[in-house]
Design a protein around this ligand. Sequence first.
Ligand code: UDP
Length: 325
Amino acid sequence: MHILITGGAGFIGSNLVAYHMECGDKVHVVDDLSTGRIENIASFINHPDFTFEQADLLLWDALDNVVNWADRIYHMAAVVGLFRVLQEPVSVLRTNIMGTQKLLSALHKSHWKPKLIIASTSEVYGNHHENIALHEEIELLVTPGHNSRWNYAISKLADEAFALSYVHEYGADITIVRFFNVIGLNQSGKYGMVVPRFIAQATANEPITIYGDGSQVRSFMDVRDCIGMLQILAKNKQTKGEIVNVGTDHERNITDLATMIKARAQSSSEIVYVSYNDAYGAGFEDYFHRKPDLTKLQRLTNYHPQWSLEDTVDFLIKNRQLKDA
Ligand code: UDP
């Protein structure tokens, strides 16, 4: 198969690269390396079945040709990570919305030859204060204007609306996946993600920084399970025009996460609490719960996650220790 991965040097993108290279597919990556890292794909750079182009999707002149070449496209290119989202509110909207629009119009010109998987996010659900499992049809409680955090959700909602409109008007074969806290190899803590930050802090015996009071809850999923799910979704004809939650529903609060990572890394780190104001600036609103309803994912994939949070944490600690050695 011919695979185009936008944002293929990023976290999920580079794991998709490794998966498809392993399958013997031909893989083309476009990435501007703004959050993606060349190290994530370094082992494939000289492989004859692999092509990497460093380019901004909005300026990339090979887009039409590569879209025509592809059998499947994963659109992972986006401005991500809470610190980056807060620091670059304009580029979140510009890159995330206009990049998707450009890709969709290239697909339109190609007469919708490839299957397209678009990465969306659980952020689009907004702040549901009760602890309910978020299903794909539930109201979205996004509050624009308060804080540029919402720009990320708004940009991804615009992408979803664009994509679904192309499905309805032109019969495009697109599936939208809303990711819930995916973790694993190649994820950087630089822009905010909690698990790589805690692992880096614990393995360096530095303070583990919990933002807020640590009672906020998340459900984490190993990127290898995420990719297993994406493969089934991409092949299943019933996913055309669908929005699907991709995650697990094993909840963990952030204090438990910090304690567990510290213990498994045999770390002497102190666990410290940092106010949201100090971490993210004034007016920041965190989500206290974020759990997916997985009924639709189960119906469409029947996939059962293979890695527990502890398995993934052990694997990441070992990897980090090997790198630091
Ligand atoms: N968090 C934390 N310490 C950190 C980074 C994040 O306590 O060093 C918290 C963050 O405030 C949030 C949770 O961990 O409540 C998950 O954060 P992440 O950015 O990984 O995911 P999201 O908030 O998008 O679910």
